[in-house]
Design a protein around this ligand. Structure first.
Ligand code: GLC
Length: 801
């Protein structure tokens, strides 16, 4: 069998000429003489779905990736016909379909420029071994085209020149360029001539993407089964492409509780209870903020999920409560493998109810994981997901566990070729029975979904918190994720930076890495530099495998402890800023981290940048990625930026040197930004927020900033009990005007703002709050330039002299 798009096209079959065209509302179907049907669905003006069958009939249309909440609808749809083509026109796109062979070309409806064009277009090869087809698509690369996205690939941002495989794989100590690893997100964004589009190939079989690797001017993608089924998403702004993809595959179903954005401490493993307590006590003693403590597999009885080791954790409920009283949320690991043991209730029940995966000819799928030989629930069966969700009752409702960490859900199997199930294993696939070839890439996603359902049910009225290792497109609806078993090396710090950015531009923003590295041990400098990067990742957790020594913030001596504390404290100060960014992600699909190309695609300098990224909308960060450095060169995007530490203003559009001793890192704030800050707390909720600090960065001109807040947990925000402040900043030579628009019914605990000005070019003379003049001295805070004033204003004038 030919598994790629090899030049000689041996074995390839192609559609022939169109003999029938039908239109059913927004679904247009084109049938060829040799029985191929292309169905084009106009989902939105900028989103077209292309779906092909070679048998004259389509399978049941079912996808785990596409959310039922995705937006639909368009402003304009017209189909015309000439001698050579059918032409579909929407308000954003013009799509030509060749009558000769179904090849398509897509143009921008406004300026008629070519965006994306089939080369061979759809073609296929019959699969002798399994039946069905190997389905393939090839497109012509446009001049200067570059490619981004694709989930957790540990490679540079721009994917051009590379080929990738999608097959979720347990990848202990993977490295740069290891492929595939834990996640399958078959979505990429392309950019040429300043315009961007995306392609989401919604096919769960083993799939491949080739970005001008095999042939310099061709991009292609193909899968070992299933349908050629892809969504074309037009921008032309890359941020719109990513937002639209996220809308299609789903935004997080709930905001995370604010504590989940705090700092998390993990290790394989903290046990027994006395060890857990020692660790948590040390955090409080050293005053290093921390919200979550993790229990890895050793908390269980012989690695049996949903049990507790009597020896190490004799009274988990008491322990979890004591930890909670000290501000720590307990998070436990749950793997998919269920130990074969007739005296173990979860196993017995799974067996009785026939919930475990089976091989093609009937025997159970038996595989070795941590507990020894196991069976594995078929999470693609909705009944099994419900059962699994209910298994969390005791852990969550009775014992008080606040989050669950799903691991090994690729699914990983030890000591077998391929490290997973064999191809013939059967799955329900929500009533669309299939083999593991089709279900493999979604197995972990469905496990995380079932876990999320359980957490949602039993955590109520608190919000659920789940973390998963394996994922397919759409998994972001249910859970956060981490980048798996990385290594304590400088290159891995770089890789973590790339993976977090890449996941964010692949619709999955709640992501972080094992800070410091999972395998091997970092020295203090590497750990400190990694913490500096990690505080800017939406999910912020130190994790390591225990056999390589300690990896707590205090494990590397006091100098490092102080640096780590300083940065974790900064994370806690920035929580309202990060929470606002998360809200924009959950609400609109705006990625929390923006690679520079995503931030400003119109500046060609950004197309190959890897290290710098924008956190939220207005903070630029860049990690120090090597030893013994006292700074680095980095690219500053176009615009003016304040150095976070010195308030020095730099002009973007150039590379500059930035000083960054070990206790610092390059951080910049966009001019005009208003950055909200909370006081440092040891955990979320330790303190009642009595005052919101607003760091105001002067600009001659306008800028908008927002602050989203709510009760930090619970579901009242959905009913309108949130507080959204929109600040419109206008800076003039001797004056600043800040207009505040507040919406939502939540009343924040603080009554005042503390305004702290950066880069003010004038001395403050007087202040006008909603047209009432107040002498500066009355509002002045402790003789400095900061002001303390009511949160209730709608218009604030700062008048200078
Ligand atoms: C896997 C996970 C790792 C975990 C270990 C033991 O290697 O990726 O995070 O600590 O299993 O459960």
């Amino acid at each position: 069998m030919i598994l790629n798009t090899e030049l000689e096209y041996k074995g390839n079959l192609f559609p022939t000429k169109i003999i029938k065209y039908e239109k059913n509302l927004n679904v247009l179907s084109f049938t060829t003489e040799n029985g191929v049907i292309l169905e084009v669905t106009v989902r939105r003006d900028s989103i077209l779905r292309f779906r092909f069958t070679t048998t004259g009939i389509f399978d049941n249309d079912f996808s785990y990736a596409i959310t039922k909440y995705a937006s639909r609808g368009y402003n304009h749809l017209e189909v015309t016909e000439d001698d050579d083509h059918y032409t579909i026109t929407t308000s954003k796109l013009i799509c030509n379909i060749s009558k000769l062979d179904l090849r398509t070309s897509i143009y921008d409806a406004k300026d008629k420029s070519l965006i994306c064009e089939d080369e061979l277009g759809f073609h296929w090869e019959e699969s002798y071994e399994f039946g069905g087809d190997v389905v393939k698509m090839s497109k012509t690369a446009q001049p200067g085209e570059s490619y981004y996205g694709l989930g957790d690939k540990p490679v540079d941002n721009n994917l051009k020149g590379k080929r990738f495989e999608n097959w979720v794989t347990d990848s202990y100590a993977y490295g740069r360029d290891t492929d595939p690893i834990y996640k399958t997100i078959p979505f990429y964004t392309a950019l040429h001539n300043k315009k961007s589009y995306g392609i989401f190939f919604d096919n769960t079989f083993r799939s491949y993407f080739d970005f001008c690797h095999e042939r310099r001017n061709i991009s292609s993608f193909w899968a070992h089964g299933g349908e050629m089924n892809y969504y074309f998403i037009y921008g032309p702004d890359m941020s719109d492409v990513v937002m639209n993809y996220t809308d299609l595959t789903g935004k997080p179903h709930a905001m995370p509780a604010l504590w989940a954005l705090g700092y998390h401490q993990c290790k394989w493993s903290y046990y027994p209870e006395s060890n857990v307590k020692e660790i948590t006590a040390k955090f409080r003693e050293l005053q290093i903020p921390c919200d979550a403590i993790y229990l890895d597999i050793d908390y269980m009885e012989g690695f049996r999920c949903f049990t507790w080791s009597k020896q190490y954790f004799p009274d988990p409920k008491r322990m979890v409560k004591e930890l909670a009283d000290d501000g720590f949320k307990t998070i436990v690991i749950i793997d998919p493998g269920i130990k074969i043991d007739m005296d173990y209730s979860v196993f017995k029940e799974g067996l009785e109810k026939d919930y475990f995966c089976k091989r093609a000819d009937g025997p159970y799928m038996k595989g070795k994981v941590w507990p020894g030989e196991c069976y594995f629930p078929d999470f693609t069966n909705p009944e099994v997901r419900e059962w699994w969700a209910d298994l969390f009752k005791e852990l969550v409702e009775d014992i008080g566990v606040r989050g669950v960490w799903n691991d090994m859900n690729e699914p990983a199997v030890m000591d077998v070729p391929g490290k997973t199930f064999p191809n013939d294993v059967r799955h329900d696939y929500d009533g669309n029975q299939c083999s593991h070839r089709k279900a493999h890439n979604v197995y972990g996603m469905q496990m995380a979904r079932a876990t999320y359902q359980g957490l949602k049910k039993f955590s109520y009225p608190n919000r659920p918190f789940v973390i998963t290792r394996a994922a397919y497109s759409g998994t972001q609806r249910y859970t956060s994720s981490w980048t798996g078993d990385n290594v304590a090396t400088w290159d891995h710090l770089n890789i973590a930076n790339l993976q977090a950015q890449r996941m964010c531009m692949s619709g999955f923003s709640f992501i972080g890495s094992d800070i410091g590295g999972f395998a091997e041990q970092p020295n203090g400098e590497l750990y400190a530099r990694w913490i500096q990067l990690g505080i800017f990742h939406p999910f912020c957790r130190t994790h390591s495998s225990g056999d390589h020594g300690d990896q707590e913030p205090w494990a590397f001596g006091t100098t490092i402890t102080d640096v780590v504390r300083k940065f974790i404290e900064l994370r806690y100060q920035l929580l309202p800023y990060l929470y606002t960014a998360f809200w924009k992600y959950a609400e609109e699909g705006i990625p929390i981290l923006k690679s520079l190309v995503l931030y400003d695609q119109y500046d060609a300098q950004t197309h190959y940048r890897n290290d710098e990224f924008v956190f939220g909308e207005q903070i630029l960060a860049c990690p120090i990625t090597g030893p013994n450095l006292k700074g680095r060169r980095m690219y500053i995007p176009i615009g003016k930026w304040f150095n976070f530490w010195t308030d020095e203003v730099v002009s973007g559009g150039q590379e500059i040197w930035v000083d960054a001793d070990l206790d610092s890192m390059p951080i910049f704030v966009k001019e005009g930004a208003i950055i909200p800050k909370y006081p440092i707390q040891q955990y979320v909720g330790e303190k009642t927020v009595e005052e919101l600090t607003l760091d105001v960065y002067y600009k001659e001109g306008n800028e908008i900033s927002e602050v989203y807040e709510d009760a930090t947990d619970g579901y009242d925000y959905i009913k309108g009990r949130y507080s959204l402040r929109n600040f419109k900043f206008q800076g003039k030579e001797k004056e600043i005007i800040i207009q505040q628009h507040k919406s939502g019914k939540y009343i924040t605990t603080y009554k005042t703002f503390r305004l702290h000005f950066h880069g003010l070019p004038f001395k403050i003379k007087e202040i006008e709050i909603d047209n009432v003049i107040i002498p500066f001295e009355e509002l002045r805070f402790k003789g400095g330039t900061s002001l303390k004033l009511t949160k209730e204003f709608t218009e604030l004038h700062i008048i200078g002299e």
